[in-house]
Design a binder for this molecule. Sequence first.
Ligand SMILES: C[S@@+](CC[C@H](N)C(=O)[O-])C[C@H]1O[C@@H](n2cnc3c(N)ncnc32)[C@H](O)[C@@H]1O
Length: 182
Amino acid sequence: MRSMSQPDESSYLDSVRGQVPLYDALQDAAVAAVPFEPSRVLELGIGTGETASRLLARFPDANVTGLDSDPDMLFKAREIVDEVSLARMEDPLPDGPWDLILSVLSVHRLTDEQKQTLFRRVREQSKALVIGDFVSLGDDRGETRVEGEAYPDTAEDLAAWCDGKIVWSEDDLVVIVAEYRR
Ligand SMILES: C[S@@+](CC[C@H](N)C(=O)[O-])C[C@H]1O[C@@H](n2cnc3c(N)ncnc32)[C@H](O)[C@@H]1O
């Protein structure tokens, strides 16, 4: 997925749907997988806010903070969520505690070690985690094609590292949910 210098909603969606044919199914599955009504939500790699807007359609009272390392991608998200944070998933998270940390199509940008560090931080600061992302099926199978550096893992590794369960999968996309405490 390319970081565009002046993304607008339609050009971003055209681009991402070309690279992730099941993009909309993944978004819907990730939001449907949220296990309880969250008050404070942190979305990692919020991009233009596609996932957040679907989350807010399901939970209109949620207070959502979006984090992204690309200021150009945050421009649209600013209109959708309560706060945005220009930051990297590799670094300590914004102050919690959070009811839910959510991330769609973003954690594949992290190396395995970075993912495991992130998941440790999430577990300390959040009641639940929902990840939607593409995974490795081996042998170059799967329809998702992303540009730039990507480190997809098997769904089983990703679930094990965050103590989560795979609740949805289609082609090379999965949704994983972990509940830490209520
Ligand atoms: C493909 S977009 C996904 C956006 C949105 N969640 C969606 O599903 O449409 C991935 C986002 O992750 C962000 N991102 C990539 N690497 C990141 C990192 N290390 N830390 C924070 N954000 C990152 C990118 O800037 C981009 O906005």
